[in-house]
Every structure is written in structure tokens, then in C-alpha cells.
Design a protein. Sequence first.
Lengths: 490, 489
Amino acid sequence: MPRDRFETALAQRAALDAGRVSSAELVEQSLARAEAAAELGAFVHLQPERARAEARAADARRARGERLSPLDGIPVAIKDLMVQEGEPCTCASRILEGFVAPYQGTAVAKLQAAGAVIVGRTNMDEFAMGSSNEHSIYGVARNPWDPARTPGGSSGGSAAAVAAGIVPIAFGSDTGGSIRQPASHCGVVGMKPSYGRVSRYGLVAFASSLDQIGPFARTASDCALALAAIAGHDPADSTSLLEAVPDYAGALRGDVSGLVIGMPREYFAEGADPAVLARVREAVAELERAGAKTREVSLPHAPYAIAAYYLIATAEASSNLARYDGVRFGRRAQARSLGEMYRRTRSEGFGAEVKRRILLGTYVLSAGYYDAYYRKAMQVRTLLRRDFEQAFRGCDLIATPTAPEVAFRIGEKTADPLKMYLSDIYTVSANLAGIPGLSVPCGFVNGLPVGLQLLGRALDEATLLRVADAYQRCTSWHEQHPEPSWERGG
Amino acid sequence: MSARLQPHPKYEVVIGLEVHVHLCTDSKLFSPAPVRYGDPPNHDTHPIDLGLPGVLPVLNRRVVELGVRAALATHCKVHPCSVFARKNYFYPDLPKGYQISQYEDPLATGGWLEVEVSGYDAPVRVGLTRIHIEEDAGKSIHDAAIAGDAGSHVDLNRAGVPLLEIVSEPDLRSPEEAAAYLRKLRELLRWADVSDADMEKGQFRCDANLSLRRHGAPELGTRTELKNLNSFRFVEEALYAEIARQAELLDRGERVVQATMHYDPSRRTTRVMRLKENADDYRYFPDPDLLPLRIAEADIDAVRRALPEVPEERRARFERDYALSEYDARLLTESRALADFYEAAAKASKEPKSVANWMLRDVLAQLKERDSEIDATQLTPAALAKLIALVEGGRVTAASARPLVAVLIEEGGDPEALVRTRGLEAVSDSGLLESAADAAIAAHPDIVAQIRGGDAKGLNFLMGQVMKRTQGKANPKAVREILARKLEA
């Protein structure tokens, strides 16, 4: 019996618990929908055999009255830069063609320990560099709300997979907004946890000091389940935090009374589409009606965030991507000398945007420029972190638009990288400051979803989830779904 | 201080050394892979050492402890916060495309060593600029004989092995001083259990910076760097070759160009390997995968307290407490294991001087014969002390006891039981000795006549004869008395 395409993980779990459906059926349904949605380009790799076996194992557990976690038997998807032992991991790059991971990443290990069934790997911008999912060797991913538009990026495939009802939960990574911006464009909830909350062991690095894995779901409550499954200290990641993981699901009390929402004056000034800003203001007004208070706050160094971000992220990327040299794994070009082998392997293996960022980053770290660029950017980062600390003395969370506009058309910004980079204008600060951020659907502009971004104190994911959940309890944006026009004959 | 060696009449030689030392840890600097020598290529590797996508380094705590130990043993200041940085360059044996090292903020700075140089009447104090922690690279093998075909091969067993880089000030003035410094440093690192520092295994590698200036000139000349000098002999040879090369250039009025040099041991010459005019740009930046290394003062103190007494202090104490000559004390403190053994045996015995004699005469000879170290044998300090006590007490003669040292080294055991079961107890039975003495006197009338004629030398010969007849078990004192009495008669 086909189930509601847009069922949440919580609802699936209830159905599983009640014996109304099996994990095998849920997984089969996800696989079938993924196949049928080929046109969206959300997935780059499906792993049906493994997923079916895992689903059967989950059903067997349930039959014995066991359950590993609330996600046991629930189909999920992971971005093609999260390592799963025995599966390909290409980061949507030619240079990792043929690479099959010989070790297990921590987030995937945790998902497996929770019983979640990974059905496949999702499309992305190559090495997570992009805001539109247009830089992928597999081709573009499309926005389920309008397949002529991008789903955002870089985790475009994960956002599209959830928005299209293929899986209730997907995981992505966020270096400068790569979860929140596509979540906003696809009308789903997406969360970037605090830096260090989720282990990066097995997350292929773009910019190590900024990268975090996080979940996509249609509701904040599903996000809470998904985050709980992957969060926590990992001795294999020196930057992972020791602090215990709170009960995220338990934090969803449904009320926001007494909470103070900060509205950064710099983010409501200009630069964003006025219609998007209007939706965001309306959302904040809704939260006020629910009992929250608002006040203006200031993040004086916010205007420098994009510049600092693109210096730090590219610097780190230029070093992180040096390992793709054709020597030990992935693609190797034939050549007569070592230098030529390096040049050809990397010239043929990397796409234009990745090359652009490697060049930028190499320049930024070069002798004579380091102080002017990298060191200066790190100083800005410190100042920005202080801005947030200062702001959070007067508020419990901060509300902003997630992106300056709704999903743009495929091809619209590819010719102008700088314009593309400005898609991250509201999101990069959270990565630079290491604080958590979440995007929740808050309405539509021209039939396309708008996201409200909530930023919180470091390690205070619970408050963001609580507020987003309370907002979803009194709004119904998340219950509006795209027409599955992408399904053949559907 | 007496005058230091002047290797060149016209130019003063200025040398600074960079030493890379492998630390003796079970696992690598940032991965759980084992550190072993002689395993098949690429056997001792973890995904972290291979630089696979998505892996992250985790610092080996033991490395920090050893680094602090080395720093304290060389009088460096250990910094409460040091930072790991990435040194970016491409090479096939560098899996990540960067080496994790320390750059702006090293583990320790500002130490010194006192180096004894042969022929100097006072040691030379050599400053240490810095000590930092870094990972080793793998090995590239271009030799077709090893690689098996024409291609180049990479062995990553060594990739990620923990290293300390120890950089000296340009305080050395001759190749002899440089070699003495290296010997001293190696001794200290072994002593402090920081490294086995085996040069043949590449655990102790040296790069040298050398420049010349006219005697008395205030500013330093242009230096060149000699890479990978992997034996003490090569260090001296290579430095002399480079002194000759630079002096010749300067004599001709030419400039020394900053370069990395290669030493060719077969021709005893140095040649330019790589010019440094276009300085390498390694694009160092702090490694975002690792937190700054913070070391609490209390932890540094704990390492300091656990640090063994340095060799010079122990030598002086041995001279003082056990009345040893400087020469004997030096021999007994050549390695920490030997010194520990001696001290334990000296304490177990009431005769520290005898213990020293037995060790220097018998134990070291046996070790040398076996090419072994004291702690690799079955001999215990208590057993040696007991054996010596048996000799001193007249229970066994020194002659009978000496072969037991080899037995104890090979098999261990209780010296007293060995003496008993092997029937080595000294013979003091006067009847037996009397008849042996009579027999010796009867057999050598010529010697007896000599002695009676006033030449006492023959007495020792007769003693030897008695010993022979008693298989060396005769108590020498008793034999001497008996012979003296009989010959007087």
C-alpha cells in the first residue's frame, strides 16, 4: 500500500511500532521514488541490496521487540562526501571516480548503530563548493518546487530528496550555508550544528574549521531525532566537543514564551529580496504571538563575514585537496613525469569552481600575502565570534533570512562566481563563529519556499529546535508540498 | 677554555645543526598504526597515514611526553601552548600533500648542551634554538633493484612516524665540534628514553648549515645546507668537503650561493642539489584539524621529576660515592641501563669498587663478545653482587668465578648454587693443598733452586702449578702460605 509520500520519520516510526508497515516496505518505497525521480538528480548512488538487507534486519529486530533507536528501520540518505565503508564516495568529483571507502566514517557508524537505513548518496556541488548544485560531475540537481531552478547547494541533493518525499531524513554538510540555504530553497528544515557537535571523521573535508554534518527533514521534530543520532564526542576527531548531548526531542516543549529573539540590524538592512524579508518578519511576528519577545541586536562585523569566509575556506580547501594527487586512490592521468602526472590528474579531475578555490586559497596562504589575507581573516573571525557572544547577552537566539532570495534558475549565476558567493551572505557567520543555525520554512514568494534562519548560542541546538518546532506547530508551511511532476507518468 | 679547533687558517667556520629524531612510541604521531622497522612495504599504515578522504589526525599523547622530556633534558623552555601547522608541498611519499609540523609556535625553545670535544680542556656550550614535533614522510624507492621494475614505488610505513626536530644555534666552529655535539645529543636522547636514535635505521638524521667568514668578521656568511648526513663519519667528511668548497669560492673572490647541497661520499665532495634563491613557499598555516597543544605546568613538572639523572651528574656521583676513577665512572655511565645495573649491584654489594672491576673486566667483555646490552641478558645486579661476595669471602676463587659470569649472562641463576653444583668451592683443605704443593716442588727442582737463591719470581710459577693441580679451586692465600713455609724449610 503506498504510504503518504510526505510522511515524517516520526509518523513512519509510529507506523512501524504499530506494525502497520515494515522497514522493508518503507525502504522499497524510498528506492522506487528515488528511481522515479531520476530527473531531479537528487541521488548519485543508490545502494538497494545493502539497504534491503538492513531493512530486513531492522524488521527482524522489531519482531523480537527490540529497537536500536527511534530511527531504527527508517530510510535516510547521505551526501556523497560522507564516507561509508564499502561504498563509493566521490564528492561529485571526477578525481574520486572509482574510489570506494575502505573505512567507516563516524556519522555513518552512528546512523548504523541507530538502525537507520541508508538508501543512497545524494548529489552535491563538487567537494561542497557551490551554492546551487550545478558543479557536479553527475549533472545538476533540481528543485522539486520548480525543476528549472536549483535546489541550492552544496547539499542540493539531500534537500531535494527530502522535499520530494523520497526520504524523510537526509544528511548534508554545511561549511558556509550548504545545509541551510538548500533547506530554505527546497522548503524543508535543515540544521547546521555547532562546530564540534558532530564528528567530522569520515566527512571529506572542504574547510576543516567550518565543516559540520547536519540533518534535513520536513519538521524540526524529525531534525531533533536525526541530530540526536549523529551528535556526540568522537575521540577520532580532535575538534569534536566533549559535552554530553542533551535530549533534543525532550526539548520540543511547544512553547516559546519568555524567549528573546534578536534581530540583527545589519541583516534586515538591505541586500535581500524585500518579499523574502517580509516573510521572515511575518514569521518572527508569529513567534511573538506565541509568546517570544524580540529586540534589535547588532553584529557590527557581519559585513566582513563573506570576505573572511572566502579567505579562510579557500585557504583550508587548497591544503585539504592536495591529497588528490593521483598517487594512492581515485583518478590518475597517464604521464611521463611526476610533475606532468600531478598537473594532468588535477587538471582533468577537478572542476572549474574547485580549481578557482584552490587557486584562491593557495594565493591567500602564500608568503607575503598570509598576513594580509589569512591572518586578517582569522582576526575578523575572532571579532565576529565576539559580536555573537555580545549579542547573545541580550537574546536567546537570533532570527534572519536564510538566503537573500528564493531559489534561482539553473544557469542564472554560474557565470558570476561573486554573485553566487553572495548566496551565503546570511549563513557564513554561523560557521565562522562555530554556532548552530537552522532554517525552517516560513512561507512562499512566487510559489517558491522561503526559509527563516535561527542562530543560537554554541551547543544550544535544543533552543533552535524548540523554537522551530513551536513555529511549525502554529504554521502549516511544512505541510505544503511540491507536486511530484518529476515522476515519470506520475 | 682552551683554544677551539680552527679548521681553516683564513676563515672561521660556523655550523648549526638540525637533527630529526624518531621517537620510540608504539604507534604513530597521529594514527594508531604501529611504528616498526623492517615490515613489508605499506604494512604499517592506517587510513590516516594514507591520507584517505575524510580522515583526521589525533595526537599521540606519548609523543608530547617524550618531546617534553627531550626539551627538559636539553634545558629548553617548554611552551604552555604550541601549535601544529601544515607545511604544504607535493611529493608522492607525502600522502596528504602537507606535513603536519610546528612552525610559529614550537613545543620548546632556548636550551643548551655542554659538549665535550676531544682535546679541549672545557666543554663547549651549544645553544638550542628550538625543538618541535612533526610527522615523518614515507619513503620513495626509485631503485629498480628494490622496486622490482623501472617505476618508482612508495612505502608509507614511515609516514606519520613521530619526529622531534632539534635545531641548534650556529654555535659550532668545526666538523669535530659538530660530531661531538651529535654524539652528545644522541647519548642524551637515549639516556632519557626519548629515542633509540639508531642512525642506521634512520632514527637520527642530521642536516647541517655551514657558512664561512673571515676570522673576526662580525656578520655571518652565506650558508648552505647539507642534507641527510646519516653517519658521524659522513658529518665530519661532508662538512670538511663543504668548507673546502666554500673557501675556494671565497678565495677566488666569488660568492657562496644559498643552496641545498648533496654530499658524495665516494668522491668526498659536495655539489649543489637545489638552489634556494626562489625560497620554497610551504604556505604554513595552523592545522585546523588539531587544537593548539596545551601543556599544564603540573604535567611538565611531572615529566621533570621522572627524568633520569643526566649522565654527567651520575658520573660525578659515581666518582664521589663509589670512589671510582673518572675513567671507570665514564665507562659505567655510557648507557643508562649499564649505569642502572652498576648502581643496583654496587648497592647490593658492600664492595662497589670490586663491582666496578668485575663489570669493567668481565661483564663488559662478555657483552662485547655477544654484541649485547646489559638489560638483554639474564644477569641480575643481585647475582653479580652475590658472586663477588662469594669471591671476597673466599668461598670461590676469582679464577673459578670468572667463567660463571658468562653462565649468568646466558642462563641466569643463583651463583651460590652454581658454585656448589659445579664443584667450584675453593679448596682450603690443608692436606690436599700440602700434597699438591709437595708435588709441584718435586716436579720443578730448578725453580725451587731459583727461589732459594733469592729470586722470588718463581713463587708465582709454583702457585700456578698448585692451582693447576686443584683445577683453580685452591684458596690462593693458603697456597702461598704453604709454599712459603715449605721453601723456607
